[in-house]
Design a binder for this molecule. Sequence first.
Ligand SMILES: NC(=O)c1ccc[n+]([C@@H]2O[C@H](COP(=O)([O-])OP(=O)(O)OC[C@H]3O[C@@H](n4cnc5c(N)ncnc54)[C@H](OP(=O)(O)O)[C@@H]3O)[C@@H](O)[C@H]2O)c1
Length: 273
Amino acid sequence: MPRFPIDTNDWRIIGSDKVSAIGLGTWAIRSPRAAEDVLVYAIETGLINLIDTAEMYGSGLAEEVVGRVVRRVGKDRVFVTTKMLPERLVSDEEVEKAARASLKRLGLREVDLFLIHWPTYSVTISEQVRRFERVVYMKGYARYIGVSNFDKDQLLEALTSTAKAEIVVNQVHYSVLHKNPETTSLLRVAIDNNVIIQAYTPLERGAVVRHPKIRRIAENIGRTPVQVALNYLISRPNVVAIPKTERMNHLEDILGAFGWRLPASIIEELENI
Ligand SMILES: NC(=O)c1ccc[n+]([C@@H]2O[C@H](COP(=O)([O-])OP(=O)(O)OC[C@H]3O[C@@H](n4cnc5c(N)ncnc54)[C@H](OP(=O)(O)O)[C@@H]3O)[C@@H](O)[C@H]2O)c1
């Protein structure tokens, strides 16, 4: 038996929204034009509606790329996540300034989901989460709020810190080659508390393609290593994978991870690599 029940749905629920179980990241974009075209194409397939960005990526350039994508496809077709640097969380004024700057680059009045990029150690978890909620959520800069790079205990503390908003997402490093969220019980806590785990670096920056066991499994079932790696993640309840690509052929490969699931026996095999 796999460690978790297999989720066969290609969509996940965040509040009253439906997001694709695979979204696209925007870190380390080389060609803004190519990235923009790939993101637009991805949304237009109807299979993907989630884009992840951050004020940090390209020092704001990635948010601008996402802003152009949103204008091309129409806001109602895309769910946008951005992230705020933790050093902003020391005062309400800094948080508000950063939120407004992100929204300006995105060309939006409010973003769907705003995350704390990683916890700051200069204030407590409750204090930073309460401040983030008070400014970003209460003032209407984001429809939902969440966190990133929070461990299990930090997530539990964050969950009890908000006054009104729910913490809907924790975005963490998670891949078939890096299963910390499974081994530390973070995923279990997320499932129990209705939190989506957004799995970043799900392709290990391309390393999954070269992994001999993943390659062998992929060959045996007539899929690609990227599809096996992503399918493993979206087989998990409450998990959304956010690979990054700015190449059409890589996007086609990623899209091939939808619409099927690895057999339980292979998921078990992958749990142990
Ligand atoms: N919250 C955080 O702290 C945090 C940290 C890291 C990342 N993230 C988010 O997660 C996203 C994804 O993580 P990541 O960018 O670190 O790593 P990743 O998605 O594991 O890997 C991206 C790399 O894989 C390549 N790639 C994509 N599709 C491929 C395919 N089908 N075959 C072979 N190679 C392929 C991409 O190149 P091409 O572009 O040339 O296709 C890129 O170099 C980021 O973009 C960012 O949005 C968040």
